[in-house]
Design a protein around this ligand. Structure first.
Ligand SMILES: *Cc1c(COP(=O)(O)O)cnc(C)c1O
Length: 222
């Protein structure tokens, strides 16, 4: 399936108007598809798999901002530390500590979002409110990471009110933590192809959209 250029331009215009940043989620999609959106002006792309991200970063334009949006294992941080723009799914203090260590090695400060568990599914990753507070407090001693905000994934559900409630919970934690954060804490990454409009209504500042831009993914590893 080809890149949905008209859909991209429409969504981009809608998001510019709403002051929301668009991350084009290109996981499983070939480099040509990423280059096609790049030609239209898109610079922020999101990937879930470390090896795939490393390969794409090496092959594509160097001014692309690569967002890691998947579940990151501590032993793989070193592969993306030299170039990653923002790590969305930081779901433990252990992982944050490893990112700090690898960032120091390459002489960078890496921007991160803490992932909160808001969905009903146990399989989804993320921290609860107490763990979020602990990670934020501990980050004072981690000078090579900068926590910019929160990320979350709503339940995979047709129940719109359920999804809206989860977004509201995440937004409320975001507002509460903003007052406690030392550094600017201004990114709320929530919303995907199926729920991004509702996420924006509930205060999202960054949406992660894949299938609406690149077409459906025909694979079953995710
Ligand atoms: C795949 C993925 C997306 C994009 O999903 P679409 O439904 O294709 O828009 C967003 N966020 C995360 C964390 C993902 O893994």
């Amino acid at each position: 399936m080809a890149v949905q250029e008209a859909a991209y331009l429409n969504i981009k215009a809608e998001l510019v108007h709403a002051h929301v940043e668009l991350i084009a989620v290109s996981k499983t999609k070939p480099n040509e598809d990423i280059a096609a959106l790049y030609q239209l002006g898109q610079r922020a792309f999101g990937e879930n798999y470390v090896q795939e991200l490393v390969d794409k970063q090496a092959a594509l334009a160097k001014d692309i901002h690569w967002h890691f949006i998947g579940h990151l294992q501590s032993n793989k941080v070193k592969y993306i530390a030299p170039f990653v723009h923002l790590i969305h799914g930081v779901d433990s203090l252990k992982l944050l500590t490893e990112i700090n260590k690898q960032a120091q090695k390459v002489g960078r400060v890496i921007s991160c979002l803490l992932q909160m568990h808001i969905a009903t599914e146990e399989t989804k990753f993320g921290m609860d409110a107490k763990e979020l507070e602990e990670a934020l407090a501990a980050s004072i001693h981690l000078p090579f990471v900068s926590i910019k905000g929160l990320m979350g994934m709503a339940s995979f559900s047709d129940n719109q009110e359920q999804v809206r409630t989860e977004f509201k919970v995440l937004h409320q934690h975001f507002i509460n933590m903003q007052t406690k954060a030392g550094a600017p804490f201004e990114i709320l990454s929530m919303g995907m192809s199926g729920d991004y409009k509702m996420a924006i209504e509930e205060g999202s500042t960054m949406v992660r959209i894949g299938s609406l831009l690149f077409g459906a993914r025909n694979y079953n590893t995710n």
